[in-house]
Design a protein around this ligand. Structure first.
Ligand SMILES: [Zn+2]
Length: 353
């Protein structure tokens, strides 16, 4: 069978003060030459500055670039910047936007990329795709899997709790993403990698098992969630697409991003929608809802700032965003069925209709 190449990160450093060890790890990877350090305004203060200091102490020539948004224009500016400084490798220090821009730009400029997330908020930290804003909508672009992922637990645990919770909910949603994949395998004959799907499922199960600790202990919580995000990212690297961790719940979240004036965090939206799609699949949706409740993630439309009407609309158009990705919504779920599922799962209240 013709399978694409599998690209995986080479080094993972997940520990309390991992940032302090970046220099040594770069030596191990033989990464030398001018460094392009990409960071956000805030995240530079939180961790970028420290990374720069450690790199300079290790005799690296560091040039900084501020990422203000996750648009294609910004990513292209970053590529120009790489050219100017003759960058040998890039280090992205920040949240999802910084990581996506750094990941895409280093792929286009063909240099290694080091991922230093400042929040454990989504599973793109080590995957080979970048989500960037195009002319009018957000799109997913091919990118480079990082050569090294640095999970500085102390930094991650200091991030607002909402981010870690969102990351955890993103991983929990792998449960329904896999069910959509299985459904597609049965109905359309789509190939399903048992290696990638098992990894993805393990990451979701580990979140359910660690839910109490994630809720109560910021350090242990950041550690569990970061490990889960890496596992989920690996599943996507092995598959060469987001399929193992992205089903109908992700499609609905993408349409919510378009519909809502102020969308909630990615993980908050996909976690909530995972309750809904699990109900449609006839699976254990109560377990997902209970886990989200325990960790403090949204379990109602109101909590993500969506009206019943907006949510129903988002679900109705979700499959059209990506018709080629077969999900439970491809089976012809009617509006009546959508409303019924939303009310039965408590996502919306009957009174709101
Ligand atoms: Zn996701």
């Amino acid at each position: 069978m013709d399978r694409p190449l599998i690209e995986l990160p080479r080094l993972f450093d997940v520990r309390l003060n991992a940032i302090e060890k970046i220099g040594e790890n770069l030596d191990k990877l033989k990464l030398e030459g001018p460094v392009a350090l990409l960071s956000g305004k805030k995240t530079y203060q939180i961790a970028g500055k420290k990374v720069q200091q450690v790199l300079e102490d290790h005799h690296r020539e560091v040039h900084t670039f501020t990422v203000c948004d996750d648009s294609i224009e910004t990513a292209n500016e970053a590529i120009e910047f790489f050219k100017e400084i003759n960058a040998f490798f890039a280090v992205g220090v920040g949240g999802g936007k910084v990581i996506d821009v750094a990941k895409y730009a280093s792929h286009e400029f063909n240099i290694p990329f080091v991922s230093v997330p400042t929040a454990a908020s989504h599973d793109g930290i080590a995957s080979a795709r970048a989500s960037l804003k195009g002319v009018d909508i957000k799109g997913s672009f091919p990118a480079k899997a990082p050569i090294m992922v640095v999970g500085d637990i102390e930094t991650l645990a200091k991030a607002p709790k909402r981010f870690t919770i969102s990351g955890c909910a993103d991983i929990i949603s792998n449960k329904t993403a896999i069910m959509d994949w299985e459904l597609s395998q049965r109905i359309t004959g789509e190939h399903m990698s048992s290696y990638a799907s098992t990894l993805s499922e393990i990451s979701a199960i580990s979140m359910i098992e660690a839910r109490e600790e994630i809720a109560k202990d910021p350090i242990k919580g950041a550690y569990h969630v970061f490990k889960g995000l890496i596992t989920s990212s690996m599943a996507m690297c092995i598959q060469g697409s987001s399929r193992p961790a992205s089903g109908a719940e992700h499609l609905i979240s993408h349409s919510l991003d378009q519909i809502l004036k102020k969308p909630a965090l990615h993980g908050e939206q996909v976690g909530l929608m995972s309750i809904f799609t699990m109900f449609l699949h006839g699976g254990n949706w109560k377990e997902i809802r209970e886990t989200l409740e325990i960790i403090g993630a949204p379990t109602t439309a109101q909590q993500i700032g969506a009206s019943a009407e907006e949510l129903i609309q988002a679900i109705s158009i979700a499959q059209s965003i990506r018709p080629d990705r077969y999900t439970i919504l491809s089976t012809g779920v009617t509006e009546k069925a959508i409303v019924n599922a939303l009310v039965k799962t408590g996502i919306i209240d009957k009174e709101e209709l």
